[in-house]
Ligand binder design. Structure first.
Ligand SMILES: *Cc1c(COP(=O)(O)O)cnc(C)c1O
Length: 391
């Protein structure tokens, strides 16, 4: 019914229809289980002979609306929603993994994603190799040998480095690998990994999809075969289910995602340009401006630069902390994609577990500040940054 509709319409209408009450907003089916009119019906549902819900760990009507809406936005055949972004990344990577497999990932990753690749998978006899994600030749070298899975995020956290999605997906295909892309920074509205050759896309719905700091959530999108054969069986037996209430919150978030994201991107672009000219700033990293080393690639694979940027203030940790502590409107928090502008110091928080040498190799210097630009009046964000940087 939603074929041919634009993304904004999909974000508001895609998914299952109304219940018998004709409610305007989607109903919250806050129920753990379902009852059957007769024993035969229960038997049929368990045998997949009749459609219908069995138990909310397997599926839930409100959660399903969220999944169907995400499928429409992403252009994916299937989706499974889960309780957090990390549950999504974990399930996407682990549901098909076996001893002896080989996984290639980019080095610049959200901390917990990196932990799955470097600490969890090797315990189960999976070989993992991390490469410089921005260097397509490095991917080509790693994928000259057969591989089973490829994982990356683009733009990457916190330096906004990009991976050439189409090029890496091509290399991965030849190596026999399934490509899983963490598309959190771009959202389905700014970047479509499936169109660029990826097999599976994962989101932390906690970020822009909720976008208002209320709840955690995650979603994995891919083919029907991937869902039926690997993903759904893994989830239904391990249980990281999304609460129907949180699914409803995320649905309400989707209805305004396009509107919010446009404003996020507009504000972030203004902030990036302002910081570029500011005497208190040494370097700005934002895919949406010409000075980003991969700006041409950003223009090819993204519709806009996104809500997050990073900048270096020089002078090391003390100077960075000074700037953070002087901010009055922008709050110190490690979340991102929120209506509120949030700032973090990656070296001492999100990326503090990495060895100093590894941080340096990734460009996560002690003077680097990551800023998730919110939806406030741009002049107020600029004013707050200006007074903090002038102190
Ligand atoms: C936040 C985030 C995650 C994890 O999501 P949670 O909802 O916090 O579990 C994974 N990947 C990226 C890129 C993120 O920003």
């Amino acid at each position: 019914m939603t074929k041919g509709w634009g993304a904004r319409t999909q974000a508001i209408h895609a998914g299952r229809g109304r219940s018998g009450h004709g409610e305007t907003s989607e109903a919250i089916f806050l129920t753990s289980g379902f009852v059957y009119a007769e024993a035969e019906m229960a038997e049929d549902r368990f045998r997949d002979r009749r459609p219908g819900f069995l138990y909310s760990r397997y599926g839930n009507p409100t959660v399903r609306v969220f999944e169907e809406r995400m499928m429409a936005l992403e252009g994916a055949e299937e989706a499974c929603a889960v309780a957090s972004g990390m549950a999504a990344v974990h399930a996407a990577l682990v549901c098909g993994v076996r001893q002896g497999m080989r996984v290639v990932g980019s080095r610049l990753l959200f901390g917990s994603c990196r932990y799955i690749l470097t600490d969890i998978l090797p315990r189960y006899g999976v070989e993992t190799e991390l490469v410089d994600g921005a260097d397509t030749d490095a991917w080509a070298r790693a994928l000259a040998r057969p591989a089973d899975m490829v994982f990356f995020e683009t733009p990457g956290n916190p330096t906004l480095e990009l991976v050439d999605c189409a090029a890496v997906c091509g290399l991965a295909k030849r190596a026999g690998a399934r490509v899983v892309v963490d598309n959190v920074f771009a959202t389905p509205l700014l970047q479509k990994p499936l169109d660029l050759g990826a097999d599976v896309v994962v989101y932390s719905a906690t970020k822009h999809i909720d976008g208002q700091g209320r709840c955690l959530g995650g979603v994995v999108l891919g083919s029907k075969a991937f869902k039926d054969d690997l993903l759904h069986p893994y989830l239904k037996h391990t249980g990281p289910s999304l609460s129907p209430f949180n699914a409803w919150v995320l649905l309400k978030g989707l209805e305004t995602l396009d509107l919010r994201l446009r404003q996020h991107c507009e504000n972030a672009l203004q902030v990036a340009r302002f910081l570029e000219d500011h005497p208190g700033v040494e370097r700005v990293l934002y895919p949406g401006i010409e000075s980003h080393p991969q700006h041409a690639l950003a223009r090819r694979q993204m519709k806009a630069g996104g809500s997050v940027l990073a900048f270096r203030v020089g002078g090391g940790k003390d100077r960075a902390f000074e700037v953070l502590n002087r901010l009055r409107l922008v709050a110190i928090s490690n979340n991102l994609g929120d209506a509120k502008s949030l700032v973090t110091h990656p070296a001492t928080t999100t990326h503090s577990k990495l060895a100093a040498g590894e941080r340096a190799a990734l460009g996560i210097t002690d003077d680097l500040i990551r800023l998730s630009v919110g939806l406030e009046d741009a002049e107020d964000i600029l004013g707050d940054l200006d007074q903090a940087l002038r102190g």
